[in-house]
Design a protein around this ligand. Structure first.
Ligand SMILES: [Zn+2]
Length: 263
């Protein structure tokens, strides 16, 4: 086969976006499970969304962490960012030494990490950027764009929408009911949504979703597929899926660690 033909075949088979759930747990992790982290490959670009407890070790089974081009942190709750403290060791004294990772997150992330580690030496290994207030967009090259939008949770929490070559996926971060996430996710191929309360009822004053509310957002947004994550481990998985299906008649499943979703 000629080199040009081989290149075309490779391009045809290469997904436009590949989502690899690394950890899908909630603030209360399941036995043997890790918290929130999602790797997305987009051509030659690798993006990670969140880096909760237990995820850095799992991430290394998919990619050398220093090869991550951009790490997005949706918000300051520890189950979404605490493994950055271990990543710092990797980037300063481990295999990532000499590299510098772009980290885009909420204002105050760097200061929070520096306080916990009692070290201000973060900028050697990381280039921190704050999300723009409310919403914004990044062009990460190779046709990949990332839009962010604040959603109702710990202020500010940003959900993310990634698009490349007509494929689109949205990660809802942690989120309470509202119109923000369905607006960001409108028409996307895959929505990854939290369902902390599973098939149960919402807890007043606790800004998370039931599975039914995640389904309602998926239905309102008209997404192609709903993947549930971040479910508190006491909830029955089948009842949780069923609750989401009451509100959304498209495909619903769990995002499973290590099982890639290709678009
Ligand atoms: Zn949270």
């Amino acid at each position: 086969m000629a080199a040009d033909a081989r290149a075309i075949c490779r391009n045809v088979s290469e997904p436009r976006l590949e989502l690899v759930p690394v950890g899908v747990g909630s603030a209360l992790p399941a036995p043997g499970g890790a918290q929130s982290a999602y790797l997305v490959r987009a051509g030659a670009t690798a993006v990670v969304m969140d880096l909760g407890s237990g995820t850095l070790s799992l991430l290394q089974t998919h990619i050398a962490p220093e090869d991550v081009d951009v790490l997005f942190i949706t918000h300051l709750h520890p189950d979404h960012c605490v493994d950055l403290m271990t990543l710092r060791i990797h980037m300063m004294w481990g295999p990532g030494a000499g590299r510098r990772m772009r980290v885009i997150g909420p204002p105050g992330l760097r200061e929070r990490l520096a306080a916990f580690t009692e070290s201000d030496a973060w900028d050697v290994a990381f280039a921190f950027e704050d999300f723009a207030p409310g919403a914004g967009e990044y062009d990460l090259g190779d046709g990949l764009t990332v839009r962010h939008r604040e959603v109702p949770h710990l202020p500010p929490t940003n959900a993310l929408r990634l698009e490349r070559g007509g494929a689109s996926l949205c990660f809802g971060a942690d989120c309470a009911p509202g119109t923000e996430l369905s607006e960001l996710a409108a028409g996307c191929d895959v929505l990854v949504a939290e369902c902390t309360f599973g098939p149960g009822a919402p807890m007043p004053g606790v800004p998370h979703l039931t599975a039914r509310e995640a389904g309602e957002i998926a239905a309102r947004a008209g997404v192609g597929r709903l993947l549930l994550v971040h479910c508190s481990p006491e909830h029955d998985p089948d009842l949780t899926l069923a609750a989401a299906r009451e509100a959304y008649d498209g495909p619903v499943d769990w995002a499973r660690p290590g099982e890639p979703v290709r678009l």
